[in-house]
Design a protein around this ligand. Structure first.
Ligand code: ATP
Ligand code: MG
Length: 413
């Protein structure tokens, strides 16, 4: 679990602000859920035999003996909240959320025990145009972040639950014939969660999988038609993708569309965004049958990518505009009041004051990296004047009105 230090928070704020702008542009509303939920919620939604529920959850009993879990993902929480407050009944919802998630994993680059996701979920819409909308939204985000060339889209359809069950049987029959050649994990999953075998990174298992039945051949008519519609919209919008029949996703609740955005710029932890349709989940959690589709992206991985590609604008790293200091002793009150006045009268201006000794003040002010520096002095008659350093230029002896006017031009929002 990481501290995010002041040197890095501007990058986070830049990413978060960009995401908020993009989800806003698609008409999605923010929902905020608690970080702790009843353990049962995740068991019932994610599935008992998934990695998350089997070995990654932070679960504890509260003082009442009730089993609670730090949320490992947001979709189940979002469905729980939507049901509890009647947001899903006979209506559509377009929701997003952002926050920490917790999984007991082996920490490594791009994989942490507390990490952050932005999730986007659309409820009450069964057709593939909304699946396409979610993918267009993510593509627009990559464009605005300048990383569209660094990520690629993988797409698959898992079909209806019935179609998936038929495929599952065929896959298990095939894999049983090659049981001894499979890796241990895959052998274990064959009983509990056979589709996950398709995810295996094991070389020997991958060789076996090359001849395995392909999910695409088992698709039901409706799923095939929806998948075609999704592809038609993506094609028309110029979004490139690769259909990957091995893409199944790690959670139980997906059906029909699944997708992942992956990058090869981050090593092993290459998936920056993943999602799909989960038409069965709302009912499974006790609601009326409600179609739904959504995705989550991992902010740490996006931050790593932004930094690796040097995509964060310099201005986004700046946390203040002006460093304001006294040029000589005895006027600290005037400095504090001047700072107050500048903040109030120049909209958006960010002023940091110098609240320490004045030795080598010009050098110290420059070392802050401030875009602008003002050194304030008081004349014998009591009037204030300031020298302004900005963009390699210096203007001396500006009276307060002149200072304000200059700052308004330089930094005014
Ligand atoms: P992975 O295959 O990398 O373990 P996942 O399938 O478990 O991912 P999801 O549950 O779909 O991931 O979560 C969506 C996104 O959240 C992932 O694509 C990734 O960007 C991010 N993510 C998941 N787990 C972690 C983690 N432990 N640390 C950082 N980011 C994570
Ligand atoms: Mg995982």
């Amino acid at each position: 679990m990481n501290d995010i230090l002041p040197e890095h928070t501007p990058v986070w704020q830049y990413l978060e602000a960009t995401i908020k702008r993009v989800v806003g542009a698609y008409g999605y509303s923010e929902i905020r859920m608690p970080i702790v939920e009843q353990t049962d919620l995740f068991k019932r939604s994610i599935g008992e035999v998934t990695d998350i529920v089997e070995k990654e959850m932070y679960t504890f009993d509260d003082r009442n003996g009730e089993s609670l879990t730090l949320r490992p993902e947001g979709t189940a929480c979002c469905v729980r909240a939507g049901e509890e407050h009647g947001l899903l009944y006979n209506q559509t919802q377009r929701l997003w959320y952002m926050g920490p998630m917790f999984r007991y994993e082996k920490p490594q680059k791009g994989r942490y025990r507390q990490f952050h996701q932005v999730g986007v979920e659309a409820f009450g819409m069964a057709s593939a145009d909304v699946d396409a909308e979610l993918i267009l939204l993510t593509a627009e985000l990559w464009r605005q972040l300048g990383m569209n060339d660094a990520v690629t889209l993988q797409l698959n359809s898992l079909g209806s639950n019935e179609a998936r069950a038929r495929y599952r049987d065929a896959l298990v029959t095939y894999l049983r014939e090659h049981f001894d050649a499979l890796d241990e994990d895959s052998q274990r999953r064959l009983d509990s969660n056979p589709l996950r075998v398709l995810d295996s990174k094991n070389e020997a298992t991958r060789v076996i999988l090359e001849q395995a039945p392909v999910l695409t051949d088992y698709l039901d008519e409706e799923s095939a038609r929806d998948f075609a519609q999704l592809r038609e919209i993506l094609d028309a919008a110029g979004i490139k993708y690769e259909v990957n029949p091995y893409l199944v996703r790690g959670l139980d609740y997906y059906c029909k569309t699944v997708f992942e955005w992956v990058t090869d710029a981050l090593g092993a932890q290459g998936t920056v965004c993943a999602g799909g349709r989960y038409d069965g989940l709302v009912k499974q959690l006790g609601g009326k049958p409600t179609p739904a589709v959504g995705f989550a992206m991992g902010l740490e991985r996006l931050i790593l990518l932004l930094e690796a590609m040097e995509l964060v604008p310099v201005s986004a790293r700046q946390t203040f505009d002006v460093y304001l200091a006294a040029e000589h002793k005895g006027i600290q009150t005037a400095v504090m009041l001047m700072a107050e006045e500048l903040r109030r009268t120049v909209p958006g201006l960010r002023v940091r004051t110098h609240c320490a000794g004045l030795k080598n003040i010009a050098t110290k002010a420059r070392q802050t990296g401030a875009p602008a520096i003002i050194l304030l002095k008081q004349l014998d008659g009591g009037e204030l004047q300031g020298s302004l350093w900005c963009n390699d230029e210096t203007e001396y002896d500006l009276v307060p009105e002149q200072l304000k006017a200059r700052l308004l031009v330089l930094f005014g929002a």
